[in-house]
Design a protein. Structure first.
Length: 259
């Protein structure tokens, strides 16, 4: 396994398709963009394979995001994988990189994203469907370009704090005026290790504090939910269950929030 926070241009020039786990530093993404590489975000479900395919490599107590990354890495044709193992991801990502480096015939390159130059968070604060905004935020990790024509900011009526869920369907329960907080906001800002930004929330709006089951961020989600005057703490594993949907719907309705 290679550890190279600033991959050389010569190295990238040999690649055509790469995978990323987490958010590698902007220099990595910029280099990939300049070389016209196809970038696959391995954190998202990209192949039609059972998640149990990851079981020989990762225990089930790892979050569904990292297990999804392993399944993608095993089944996609890639030239290299770049993994953020810095403070913006988790130790589990480092262990996953170690395992993939042994299992795959391609380079698995560990990076540490400590970028601090903020790109802004217009999508997190816009009046648009929450699901579409989250899709745009996750797609944005594959580009180093600054945002163009950002949508106007709206006044929030609800909050979604947390990571992008593996199952985006839960986002369809929220109104278009939901503001996004937590690590997802750090994603849009392209500063995944900005813990101060991640910990922000708006105490004036009812907020769902979400984390993927078995993710280390469940601790922060639950902690902040206890501090918030009107919050719901929720963790979901692979798929959004009917119980989770009912909890969110009831919380929003009882809070006077309407789609």
């Amino acid at each position: 396994m290679a550890l190279d926070p600033a991959p050389s241009a010569a190295m990238m020039s040999r690649f055509h398709k790469i995978g990323i786990i987490g958010i590698p530093p902007l220099d990595v993404i910029r280099g990939a963009n300049e070389h016209g590489l196809v970038i696959h975000d391995l954190d998202e479900p990209l192949v039609r394979e059972d998640l149990e395919t990851a079981s020989p490599f990762l225990p089930r107590v790892y979050c569904a995001i990292l297990r999804t990354a392993v399944v993608n890495a095993l089944h996609l044709e890639l030239d290299a994988i770049y993994v953020d193992t810095g403070p913006g991801k988790c130790d589990c990502a480092l262990h996953t990189a170690t395992i993939l480096a042994e299992a795959l015939p391609i380079p698995v390159i560990c990076t540490r994203n400590t970028d601090t130059a903020g790109f802004g968070t217009p999508l997190c604060q816009a009046r648009l469907p929450l699901l579409a905004r989250m899709q745009a935020i996750t797609a944005g990790v594959k580009s180093a370009a600054p945002y163009r024509n950002p949508p106007p900011v709206c006044a929030p009526t609800a909050g979604f704090w947390g990571v992008p869920p593996r199952d985006f369907s839960i986002l369809g329960l929220f109104p278009d005026t939901t503001h996004i907080y937590g690590w997802a906001r750090c994603m849009e800002n392209k500063t995944p290790a900005d813990h101060a930004l991640e910990a922000r929330f708006n105490p004036e709006v009812p907020t769902v504090f979400f984390a993927q089951s078995f993710c280390a961020k469940t601790a922060l989600a639950r902690y902040l939910a206890k501090k918030h005057p009107h919050a719901l703490y929720l963790d979901v594993d692979v798929h959004t269950t009917s119980s989770a949907r009912a909890k969110v719907q009831a919380f929003l309705e009882l809070s006077g929030v309407h789609p």
